[in-house]
Ligand binder design. Structure first.
Ligand code: ADP
Ligand code: MG
Length: 343
């Protein structure tokens, strides 16, 4: 979707990825298929493009550092370093007096002696988790040992499981001159750790909207962030707690394509290209519903079967499919948008 936005602005896009089995391959202008440690490929990429960005935080920092020696990378490596690890992320938030759930890093030396205040908890891999992957619910201490098996190769975090009134996210944008704008706060519903629905604007008190913006602003300024940043929050017992951050456009902002003057994707491209920040105004109250791969197997069929789109869209919902080559249970394949009310 970032490539579509770039094309709309008349820009061309070279994608660097370790496999061509990604939707971007089909629509980009040039594609370099290589490992992120292949210096020849990185050199070619660096020479070929003017500005660089990421669409996942899981890019080796060494590759970003190499590119940023000669070219502009937005966001910067420090922002990626912080956001690619849940422990760094939460420590960073706390250092700015932004509250999080209580958490602790689980190591070989403390695993037998974790304070009972962290239970019931959720054990998560510190890196590479998404859509609830890499997470286990832990009711009591003795379950920890069974689940944090690979302490020498993986880093784990145990988070206290908190009651959720709702979940929220804010997409905040900052340009190289420090100008800041934000999209309205979105309210998100998850099932089994996967986002199923997102509504913009969130139906929460104005103070919560303001606080989410204040936290977002603090974060982008502290990181000297250039680009689009998403901050996910829990609203728990009246407290706004930072859950995690994404240094890129986010699933809870896909509705900005249809409902806002400037989409989150165009915004990322604009900021990278040095254009002024686009208007973030919401034109419609909007609901996004994710389409998961399960839908292709909804009649317990073994082979995937194309869903009945006419029935699903009801004629009024806007359908967007991402062009992923294989539907799988729990895999995000696309989304539906409902424009609810013109503002
Ligand atoms: P992911 O990177 O997979 O999105 P998250 O940490 O955001 O990981 O967890 C996915 C979802 O699981 C959250 O959106 C929330 O619904 C639930 N969850 C995660 N951590 C907690 C927690 N500490 N307390 C309560 N619910 C949680
Ligand atoms: Mg999340």
């Amino acid at each position: 979707m970032m490539i579509e936005a770039a094309h709309k602005l008349g820009l061309s896009v070279t994608v660097f990825a370790d496999s061509r089995s990604c939707p971007a391959f089909k629509i980009c202008d040039d594609f370099i298929e290589s490992s992120f440690t292949d210096m020849d490929a990185l050199l070619k990429f660096r020479e070929q493009c003017d500005v660089f960005t990421v669409e996942t935080e899981n890019i080796p920092l060494s590759a970003l550092e190499y590119i940023s020696e000669k070219k502009i990378v937005c966001p910067n490596g420090e922002a990626i370093r912080v956001t690619q690890n849940r422990i760094n992320e939460k420590e960073f938030a706390n250092s700015l007096a932004i509250p999080t759930v209580p958490f602790i890093e689980i190591t070989a030396s403390n695993i037998h002696d974790i304070d009972s205040c962290f239970f019931p908890g959720i054990l998560k891999t510190a890196r590479f988790g998404y859509d609830g992957k890499g997470q286990v619910h832990i009711g009591e201490k003795n379950q920890l040992l069974r689940n944090a098996k690979d302490l020498t190769n993986s880093q784990y975090i145990l988070e206290k499981k908190v009651p959720l009134e709702t979940e929220l996210s804010i997409i905040i944008v900052r340009d190289k001159d420090g100008n800041i704008a934000s999209y309205p706060l979105a309210e998100n519903r998850h099932e089994n750790g996967i986002l199923t629905e997102s509504v913009m604007p969130a139906n929460v008190p104005i103070d919560v909207h303001k606080l989410a913006f204040t936290y977002g602003e603090k974060i982008v300024n502290q990181l000297d962030y250039v680009g689009v940043l998403t901050v996910e929050f829990f609203l728990s017992n009246g407290n706004l707690l930072l859950n995690e951050m994404a240094p890129r456009p986010h699933n809870s902002g896909h509705q900005t394509i249809n409902a806002n003057v400037t989409s989150q994707f165009e915004q990322q491209v604009r900021i990278c290209a040095g254009l002024p920040i686009g208007d973030t105004t919401l034109k419609y109250d909007v609901r996004l519903e994710n389409i998961l791969g399960d839908l292709w197997f909804s009649n317990n069929n073994i082979e995937p079967r194309e869903p009945n789109w006419e029935e699903l869209t009801g004629g009024v919902k806007i359908l967007k499919l991402y062009g992923k080559n294989e539907p799988r249970a729990g895999r995000k394949m696309g989304h539906l948008i409902t424009l609810m009310r013109e503002r």
